[in-house]
Design a protein around this ligand. Structure first.
Ligand code: ADP
Ligand code: MN
Ligand code: MN
Ligand code: MN
Ligand code: MN
Length: 388
C-alpha cells in the first residue's frame, strides 16, 4: 500500500502542468482518493479485452500451448470494474475463428477486474465471442454452460475448486531450469520443494499469485509440482461462472507475466514423455447436498454413480492429448477405467480423506487435463449430476 501511494503522488505531481484552473498543493494532494485524482487527471483507461480462441491443443493450427488472445481498448471515460464495457470486434481470420472473406467476430464483455500489471484505473475485460448476428461463436463454450445452468436447481449452488497445473518452458523450448543436456534428478524432491536445486521458476509463480490476488480472483494457493519446472495454482471454491471466468483470466495473466521473464507456459497434458508426471486440472466439486452434514456422503456417492455412467462423455471433452497423461501411472487412473476411492490418487474420482471423516463435503474429479476448457468441465459436471 505504501508503494502504491508514493507512485500515485509522483503521478499527480508529474502531471500537475495539465491541471487547468485546479491548483493542487502538496497538502491537498494527500487528501485525494485515487478515484477523484484520476478524474482530475482525466486518465484514459486501458481495458485489456481478453478472449479464448478455442484452439486448445490444436497442433494443426500451430497453437499447441497458447489459446488466449487479447487487445487493448482505450476508454476515455473510465468505466468502473463490473461496469458496462462496450462490445468490440476482432479479425477472426487471424485467430482461426473465421474465414477471411467474412472475418469479423464480436467480443462481448462478461467479466472485468482491476489490471494488476498496469495498475491505476486500468482493467482486464474477459469476453465471450459472438458471430456477427449475435449468436454464440463455435468456440464459445460459456454459452452452452449457461444453457445447462438454466436447467439446474439453483438452490444446489455448485462450487468448483480448479487445480491448474502448468509447465514453464525456457526460450530454448525446454522445461525451464532443466540442464542443457540430459535430465534433472528423478522425481521425488520437487513436489512442494524448496531450494535452488529443486525448484525452478518461483519468481513467475509468485508474481502470478500476487497479480491474481490483486485482480480479486478467487485464487486459493500455489505449489511446486512433481516434475521440476511444473507448478500448480488453485482457483476456488467458486461458483459455476466465477470458476471458469477466473481460470481464463489467470491463464492469460500467466502468459502475460511470462513475457517479462522469458518464460513461456504450456498446459500440455504430457510435456515430457517417459517417467515424468503429466499436467492436469483436478476439479473439486460440491453442491448444497454434498456439503450438507445430513446425507452429504450419500449425495457424493449418488453423484459418483452418475459420473461412472457418463465416463466416456466426460473423457472425450477433458482436454486434447489427455490419453498420454491418463495411463494409469503417475497418479492417474487409466483413461478407459472408471474408479473411485477415498484418498486414492490412482482413481478417476477421489473422495478426500477429510471429507470421508466428516461425512460431507466435495469430490475431486482427477480426469481433466491441464489444457481442458474450464467452461466445459463446469458444464459436464453440472449436467451429469444435476440436470440429467
Ligand atoms: P490436492 O490435495 O488435490 O492437491 P488442493 O488443495 O490443491 O488439493 O485443491 C483443493 C481445491 O478444492 C482447492 O481449490 C479448494 O478451494 C477446493 N475446495 C475446497 N472445498 C471445496 C468445496 N466444498 N467445493 C469445491 N471445491 C472445494
Ligand atoms: Mn488491423
Ligand atoms: Mn493440488
Ligand atoms: Mn497437483
Ligand atoms: Mn488434486
Amino acid at each position: 500500500a505504501a508503494n502504491q501511494k508514493s507512485s500515485f503522488i509522483q503521478k499527480v505531481s508529474g502531471t500537475r502542468a495539465f491541471f487547468a484552473g485546479e491548483k493542487v498543493t502538496a497538502r491537498r494532494r494527500g487528501a485525494f482518493t485515487s478515484r477523484e485524482a484520476l478524474k482530475i487527471l482525466n486518465l484514459a483507461q486501458k481495458a485489456e479485452y481478453i478472449w479464448y480462441d478455442g484452439s486448445e491443443g490444436s497442433e494443426a493450427k500451430g497453437l499447441l500451448f497458447n489459446e488466449m488472445r487479447s487487445k487493448t481498448k482505450v476508454i476515455p471515460d473510465s468505466v468502473p470494474v463490473g461496469g458496462d464495457f462496450p462490445d468490440w470486434s476482432f479479425d477472426g481470420s487471424s485467430t482461426g475463428q473465421a474465414e477471411g472473406n467474412d472475418s469479423d467476430c464480436i467480443l462481448r464483455p462478461v467479466f472485468s477486474c482491476p489490471d494488476p500489471i498496469r495498475g491505476e484505473n486500468h482493467v482486464l475485460v474477459l469476453c465471450e465471442v459472438l458471430n456477427p448476428d449475435g449468436t454464440p461463436h463455435a468456440s464459445n463454450t460459456r454459452a452452452p454452460l449457461k444453457a445447462v445452468v438454466d436447467k439446474m436447481d439453483p438452490s444446489e449452488k455448485p462450487l468448483f475448486g480448479f487445480e491448474q497445473e502448468y509447465t514453464m518452458l525456457g526460450k530454448d523450448g525446454k522445461v525451464y531450469g532443466w540442464p542443457e543436456s540430459g535430465y534433472p534428478a528423478p522425481q521425488g524432491p520437487f513436489y512442494c520443494g524448496v531450494g535452488m536445486e529443486s525448484v525452478y521458476g518461483r519468481p513467475l509463480a509468485e508474481a502470478h499469485l500476487d497479480c491474481c490476488i490483486r485482480a480479486g480472483l478467487t485464487i486459493s494457493g500455489i505449489n511446486a509440482e512433481v516434475m521440476p519446472g511444473q507448478w500448480e495454482y488453485q482457483i476456488g471454491p467458486a461458483a459455476e461462472f466465477e470458476m471458469p471466468d477466473h481460470v481464463m483470466v489467470s491463464r492469460w495473466m500467466l502468459h502475460r507475466l511470462g513475457e517479462d521473464m522469458g518464460i513461456s507456459v504450456t498446459f500440455e497434458p504430457k510435456p515430457v514423455k517417459g517417467d515424468w508426471n503429466g499436467t492436469g486440472a483436478h476439479t473439486n466439486y460440491s453442491t448444497a447436498s454434498t456439503r450438507s452434514p445430513n446425507g452429504g456422503m450419500e449425495a457424493i456417492e449418488g453423484m459418483i454413480e452418475k459420473l461412472g455412467k457418463r465416463h466416456a462423455v466426460h473423457i472425450a471433452e477433458y482436454g486434447t492429448g489427455n490419453e498420454e497423461r491418463l495411463t494409469g501411472k503417475h497418479e492417474t487412473c487409466d483413461m478407459n477405467t472408471f474408479r473411485y476411492g477415498v484418498a486414492d490418487r490412482g482413481s478417476s474420482i477421489r473422495i478426500p480423506r477429510p471429507v470421508a471423516i466428516a461425512g460431507y463435503g466435495y469430490l475431486e474429479d482427477r480426469r481433466p487435463a491441464a489444457n481442458v476448457d474450464p467452461y466445459v468441465v463446469a458444464r459436464l459436471l453440472i449436467e451429469t449430476t444435476l440436470v440429467l
